[in-house]
Write a protein that binds this ligand. Sequence first.
Ligand code: HEM
Ligand code: NAG
Ligand code: NAG
Ligand code: NAG
Length: 319
Amino acid sequence: MAASKRSVVSCFFLVLLLAEANAQGLKVGFYSKTCPQVEGIVKKVVFAAMKKAPTLGAPLLRMFFHDCFVRGCDGSILLDSSNNQAEKNAVPNLSLRGFGIIDDSKAALEKVCPGIVSCSDILALIARDAVVALEGPTWEVETGRRDGRVSNINEVNLPSPFDNITKLITEFSTKGLNEKDLVVLSGGHTIGMGHCPLMSNRLYNFTGRGDSDPSLDSEYASNLRKKCKPADTTTALEMDPGSFKTFDVSYFKLVAKRRGLFQSDAALLDNSKTRGYVLQQARGSTFFHDFGVSMVKMGRNGVLTGRAGEIRSMCRVRN
Ligand code: HEM
Ligand SMILES: *[C@@H]1O[C@H](CO)[C@@H](O)[C@H](O)[C@H]1NC(C)=O
Ligand SMILES: *[C@@H]1O[C@H](CO)[C@@H](O)[C@H](O)[C@H]1NC(C)=O
Ligand SMILES: CC(=O)N[C@H]1CO[C@H](CO)[C@@H](O)[C@@H]1O
């Protein structure tokens, strides 16, 4: 009797512990009973789209970062402007694209399990699938997010490519992400492009004396000056030249060689902890594993679960 009572009690605590473990109600396989096909359906849409347009992978990964850093991962980046200007109209959205892939995934899911899967979860799955499609790592995506009803351009306060390391560390820590997460997630810049005006200060007149950024490798700087002329606002550069369509470890090799594109990339060398992680990641042994871990952590930021928010029927508009 005593023994069975004790096991009931310890079982109770085990359940409590497990409930605690999956942050705020997220878990792997949240839809395993209500929409078991969800992951397969999303993956099929993403892979089909990326087969035609592999460069879509980068903005899709970036979109999840922008969603999670503003109001939490609640799909607010997906809402179109209505009575107010939405997040997606803010300047850093410059190159966000691929919204159609979220729409297509949602439409496919609504046919099979209507009203079940949130747009914020779809985006979390798409970010993972986009990385897999570019030969990067895979990880188990926690689901169970619900969609927010608000998206406001005035709330967009994302890390800037001009930020120094102190600012970056603070910005990430307010989202529950530490120095290691900052370095690992910056590795997302192993794919995709960045536009000249976000870095050309590093090439021309860095301190007002017609100089370039001393933290940028000078040979690399002269190559970049050929591509970005002083007033060029439209050219985009490969952030990881040579393999910008492959998710690999070369971003860290570049940063370690002082060839990171943005000041925010170069800044990772300015703190002993983040510098240590850059050099460690450049050796390549743990980046793929670490990236999944940090993506899951980022995906827990400010989520709506349980009865909060809603399940949108179309990702661009609230119900
Ligand atoms: C550490 C702070 C970060 C800053 C300051 C930053 C800044 C930027 C900037 C300025 C661009 C270029 C946008 C353009 O010119 O169109 C960019 C592109 C990109 N970022 Fe970040 N980013 C950061 C972190 C992240 C994270 C955490 C991820 C995802 C894990 C990410 C993924 C990407 C990707 C994939 C692109 C390429 C997008 C494309 O090709 O369209 N970034 N980022
Ligand atoms: C980093 O940037 C912040 C705000 O942009 C600034 O206040 C601070 O002085 C800078 N720190 C260093 C070490 O340059
Ligand atoms: C460089 O910056 C300084 C100070 O802002 C300015 O006076 C000067 O005209 C600039 N030179 C060039 C070549 O743009
Ligand atoms: C895709 C998208 O919504 N792009 C918008 C980004 O923000 C600018 C204004 O800063 C708009 O003009 C774009 O339409």
